[in-house]
Write a new protein. Structure first.
Lengths: 249, 667, 223
């Protein structure tokens, strides 16, 4: 396959960026999208040019490091996968592919297609945990039975990989899906009950401080989410928030 | 040999850890506040160690090269975590877990360490559940278990195919809680490039801020390396792209012994390579072997027809297929341990029976399982004379419920429908059992420098059992290191802050700068990946699953050659003072090029076959691995002397008082 | 109250609750309008009651005005915040792949409805206020139906009303179900029903208004 790539290049956070056009040829349809970019970079390095910087690590869809807004969608046109699992067979020979970084005020560009997602870390730091010391002397793991449905729902919420596709997909750059997934996971489990109210208030507060937008329920986040995190979580977080703000201590 | 003191406590094996905890020095809470610890790596071992040390009161600085500690490669572990809880009432016990782990490791692990691992395993599950880790549960609300290769009980706790992710997020959230209070200072996108030793003790690191390129000095009273394994020395592996040996290797160059570098685990069920552009290999969970049957064609002409796309697997009649694992190992069949399954696949492919264009793939076929499950389901539904198509449809439904997410992943990557066509799989490098030598306290041979998780060598011997890596990472980080580090730090309560303004820091920083300068200023003609791929090919062909003396000697020479060429001809674009991914890669590959040679050298000296390491000169008449306990019941611990060629090996003899050594057999 | 709308989630609650109130109001408005098709007397009676009853005039009307104003103001505030959350836009985007046009363009349909509201006030509310509060005329009980007929005799006005109700439909099709999501009402059992109701309401209510407008326009042709 031969392809035309339109890629966002930006030297660093303070520089102005622009879209640049590159041609790549002899791309195999069995390649992953990132391997296609590897080929592009190998060619750029061979010409003495600076390769395109992009985040990636595990290349098996679980670490959440890879990003890329490809042809107008986070993680590209396929569903329920990350960019590293996207394969070139999803594209046509001769196609022009637009590649941009996640765009959000809370995700400033570091270089080219690489963005800083530490705002997500700070949201978790605001309350996305159970405050238990790692003594190992907690009660036995089977002391509290948890209904299977609750455990499964908590697990489904917990599969979020923190990649930021929800923010990238949202027209408002809202982080509600990410935040609600963690709030839901811990709200569904008995271990999360003690800090339940503080958790949702603190995490929502931090989310707002980071400059993410408001949720307008377009549902794009969930559709573009590589782990198919459900909108149920956002509704649940809204309920948690109401309970925490309205009910007395 | 006298250089190594493993500090294993006296007494019966079951009492050693308790006794040791009672005997070692403890730092009182007030004094912990004036002690700093650096943790490099934020995976299961590093993340749990950081959180635990911070909770105890130490000031922790944690470093990771990813953009968040949550992305460490522990996250990719699929299957599960072992713990001797005996929830299934099948006779599991600390001793049984200990026994299985030592045996699975082909009797090349240190007994006392493994026993301790088994002992604390149950606490890990309690801890993780308390943190809100959503393990799989049964309808009664209690925790579910499954069984894994090579053991006779169900002791593996899991969270679908994402156990590593859930455990890591548990450790990450424990860290987040302490970052929030300021007890952990987190350095994302930072890479450790050297260890700093002051007065014989590890007192800090030189790290590069990968975003700005700034070289930073960080001082502490102790340094913990939890930097994972070095499987990427093979270029293609199931490791993350960024996984590297640099931190451990730099410590090795400063005096930490590197143990058993040649012990690699090759995982049998990975998606095969599809072309030269391939950047990494994807693991398919071992659980697939519970229902899949592995085969290649019996006749070479059929194999060639399949390789050339002239024939389809499903068109080959049953009698022309060779279910080679069932044929060779009737007792265990497709469920032999990882090393055996991997070697058998390679043997068939080397003989020319591979089933894809590259000739490096075997089939993992679910057709039998689909029909069997379909028939069972038809019986349950009381269908009379169901058609084959109906049975297949029902069976596919059952298989989808069990393995749906794995099948979907396979189809996304290969574009093949595994319900209709057998999957193609091939072994791939997955885990490295070797690593930095540590004593019972997890301290390396450099005082004050600790190694935890995959980065150390202690618990898995020559082969790791499934679901043991997660257990070891968390055991080290939550329950071992936080106690044992106090024994060293107790001497430091009056030391005061360590200054970064010292001759040692100056020198270490200067060395790092020179290394980076020389890479940037080299202006050669070939990319870093060019050399990495060449190294990987030599490693895979000659130091991989099966090795022999001739090949290993060639490999050593070839690796030296590649290393020389690397320093002559590598091209690293850009500058030091920017976000430069090629430069980061170059520093890592430079260290792989040294490690690779030591790896081959270690493999050369160990003329026995053990664990995942098959030495062609050492096999039984039937072609099975032959271990040599007479001459090789030791760990090989290498001391750096300036060049891998001259590294000096120190043996630590392995004595087994509580387990009888047996040759493994799966016939 | 101020503290409550300090966070984004609370603002969405406020948006949803004011939305629910307006949904209810629209239904009431349509019901009265629809009587104009059935019976001029009933329409006059109800209109006069609504226009002169002190409780409606001095209690409900200010609440309604506040609700409308609040919904609009909050909508604009949210939109500005949302735009600020992405300082640089994508140069190439394909949002239709993952969301509906209605859900992404509530501000456009909202502003269209707001503009319509201006026209509507000019047509009915301002004359009504003038008549009652400036001219002091409170007691003509049968003027409402003829005023209605008179207004919709104008084809341009009728066309504008029909167009505006089209925008209202687009606004409602997302707004109805979105309000439920914002207050956290979502579950396997009832959410499909809510979505069905949303679609019925979002089509039927604007259609009802359109029918009333067209009825009177065509009615004026036959006079």
């Amino acid at each position: 396959m031969n392809l035309t790539l339109k890629i966002w290049r930006q030297q660093d956070a303070n520089s102005k960026g622009a879209m640049h056009t590159y041609e790549v040829s002899d791309i195999s349809e069995h390649m992953s999208f990132l391997e296609m970019l590897d080929v592009l970079n190998e060619g750029l390095v061979a010409k003495g040019e600076s390769p395109v910087a992009f985040d990636h690590d595990c290349r098996e869809g679980i670490c959440g490091m890879c990003s890329l807004y490809i042809n107008g969608e986070p993680h590209g046109p396929d569903r329920a996968i990350t960019t590293c699992q996207l394969h070139m067979r999803k594209f046509k020979d001769g196609e022009t592919i637009h590649i941009e970084p996640w765009r959000a005020k809370a995700f400033p560009v570091i270089k080219d297609l690489t963005v800083d997602r530490s705002s997500f870390d700070r949201i978790i730091q605001a309350g996305g945990y159970v405050s238990v010391n790692t003594s190992g002397n907690t009660q036995d793991a089977n002391a509290i039975p948890i209904p299977k449905a609750d455990a499964d729902n908590a697990f489904d919420a917990a599969t979020c990989i923190g990649c930021g596709a929800c923010v990238a997909a949202c027209k408002n750059a809202s982080a509600m899906l990410f935040v609600s997934a963690k709030v839901s996971q811990l709200a569904l489990l008995p271990q999360g009950q003690v800090e339940r109210k503080d958790r949702v208030m603190n995490m929502v507060d931090q989310m707002d401080k980071e400059g993410f937008g408001n949720c307008t329920n377009t549902g794009a986040c969930s559709i573009e989410c590589p782990k198919e995190i459900s909108l149920d979580n956002i509704a649940r977080m809204n309920r948690e928030f109401l309970i925490a703000s309205v009910l007395p201590e | 040999m006298t250089k190594l003191d493993s500090k294993i406590p006296e007494g019966p094996i079951a009492d050693k850890w308790t006794k040791h905890k009672n005997d070692i020095n403890v730092v009182n809470p007030a004094n912990k506040r004036s002690i700093d610890v650096i943790v490099v790596g934020s995976g299961l071992a590093g993340g749990s160690a950081s959180a635990s040390l911070a909770e105890m009161g130490y000031n922790v600085k944690t470093f990771c090269f990813q953009d968040s500690p949550r992305r460490a490669h522990s996250i990719a572990a699929q299957g599960g975590i072992n713990a001797a809880k005996n929830y299934q009432n099948d006779g599991d016990s600390t001793y049984r877990l200990f026994y299985d782990t030592v045996k699975g490791g082909d009797y090349r692990a240190r007994e006392a360490n493994v026993y301790r691992l088994a002992e604390v395993s149950a606490n890990i599950i309690d801890q993780c559940v308390a943190q809100g880790v959503p393990f799989a549960r049964e309808y009664g609300g209690l925790l579910d278990n499954r069984s894994f290769g090579g053991v006779l009980v169900s002791r593996t706790f899991y969270a679908k195919g994402q156990t590593g992710q859930q455990l890591l997020l548990g450790a990450y959230s424990a860290m987040a809680r302490k970052i929030n209070t300021g007890k952990i200072k987190m350095y994302n996108r930072h890479e450790m490039l050297d260890l700093v030793i002051v007065d014989g003790k590890a007192r800090g690191i030189i790290a590069r801020n990968l975003v700005t390129g700034k070289i930073e000095r960080h001082a502490a009273h102790a340094v913990v390396l939890a930097t994972g394994g070095y499987g990427n020395v093979f270029f293609l592996s199931t490791n993350a792209m960024g996984s590297n040996v640099t931190a451990a290797w730099r410590a090795h160059r400063k005096g930490a012994f590197f143990s058993n570098p040649c012990y690699t685990q090759i995982h049998p069920t990975c998606i095969p390579r599809s072309g030269d552009y391939q950047s990494k290999l994807t693991l398919m969970s071992e659980s697939l072997r519970n229902d899949g049957r592995i085969w290649v064609p019996k006749e070479k002409e059929d194999a060639i027809a399949i390789q050339e796309n002239r024939m389809n697997a499903i068109d080959l009649p049953e009698e022309k297929r060779d279910y080679y694992l069932e044929r060779r190992y009737p007792a265990f069949g497709n469920l032999v341990p990882r090393d055996v399954a991997s070697r058998a696949a390679k043997e068939r492919c080397d003989a020319g029976f591979g089933v894809n264009e590259t000739g490096e793939a075997v089939y993992l076929d679910f057709a039998t399982a689909i029909m069997r499950y379909g028939q069972e389901k038809a019986n349950i539904l009381h269908l009379e004379n169901p058609s084959d198509a109906k049975i297949r449809e029902l069976g596919e439904g059952v298989v989808e419920a069990k393995y749906g997410n794995l099948f979907q992943m396979y189809e996304k990557i290969t574009d093949d429908n595994p319900y209709k066509m057998p999957m193609k799989i091939y072994p791939a490098v997955h885990y490295t059992m070797g690593g930095l030598w540590v004593d019972y306290n997890l301290m390396t041979s450099i005082p004050g420098c600790y190694a935890a998780g995959e980065a150390n060598f202690s618990d898995h011997g020559a082969n790791r059992l499934g679901a043991s890596a997660l257990m070891q990472g968390l055991a080290d980080g939550y329950f071992v290191l936080p106690y044992t580090i106090g024994d060293f730090l107790a001497d430091d309560i009056r030391t005061g802050p360590i200054s970064t303004e010292s001759a040692e820091f100056d020198q270490a920083e200067k060395d790092v700068r020179e290394r980076l300068d020389s890479l940037i200023n080299n202006k050669g003609s070939k990319s870093v990946d060019h050399f990495h791929k060449r190294l990987g090919k030599v490693m895979w062909d000659k130091v991989g699953m099966a090795r022999n003396e001739k090949g290993l000697k060639e490999a050593i020479e070839e690796i030296r050659q590649i290393r020389d060429e690397f320093y002559e001809d590598v091209f690293v674009p850009g500058s030091q003072n920017e976000f430069n991914q090629e430069l980061a890669k170059a520093t890592r590959v430079a260290d792989f090029l040294e490690l690779g040679e030591l790896f081959a050298k270690d493999a050369l000296e160990r003329t026995e076959s053990c664990g995942g390491h098959f030495r062609e000169e050492s096999q039984t008449p039937e072609g099975e691995a032959l271990r040599d306990d007479e001459n090789f019941a030791f760990s090989s611990n290498w001391e750096w002397t300036g060049d891998p060629r001259n590294s000096v090996m120190h043996k630590e003899e392995l004595t087994f008082n509580d387990i009888e050594l047996k040759q493994r057999s799966y016939k | 109250m101020v503290a409550l709308i300090r966070t984004s989630v609370a603002r969405k609650y406020a948006m949803a609750l004011s939305g629910f109130f307006l949904l209810f109001f629209l239904l009431q408005h349509l019901t009265i309008n629809f009587t104009s098709i059935l019976s001029a007397e009933t329409f006059n009676f109800l209109s006069h009651f609504m226009g002169t009853n002190p409780f409606v005039q001095y209690a409900l009307q200010p609440v309604l005005a506040f609700g409308v104003f609040f919904h609009i103001a909050m909508g604009i505030v949210l939109e500005l915040q949302n735009r600020a959350a992405r300082d640089l836009n994508y140069s190439y985007s394909n949002p239709a792949a993952s969301s509906t046009w209605m859900s992404r363009n509530m501000i456009i349909t909202g502003i269209a409805v707001l503009l319509f509201l201006g026209l509507h006030f000019y047509d009915f509310w301002f004359p009504e206020l003038k008549l009652k509060f400036i001219d002091g005329v409170w007691n003509i009980e049968d003027r409402y139906f003829s005023e209605l007929q008179h207004k919709f005799a104008d084809p341009i006005r009728t066309a504008l009303y029909v167009l505006s109700f089209g925008f209202l439909a687009l606004h409602l099709l997302h707004g109805f179900q979105s309000a439920f999501q914002s207050v956290g009402f979502r579950n396997n059992k009832y959410t499909p029903t809510v979505k069905l109701l949303a679609n019925i309401y979002g089509v039927a209510v604007p259609l009802g208004f359109i029918v009333v407008a067209l009825y009177h326009y065509f009615g004026s042709l036959t006079h």
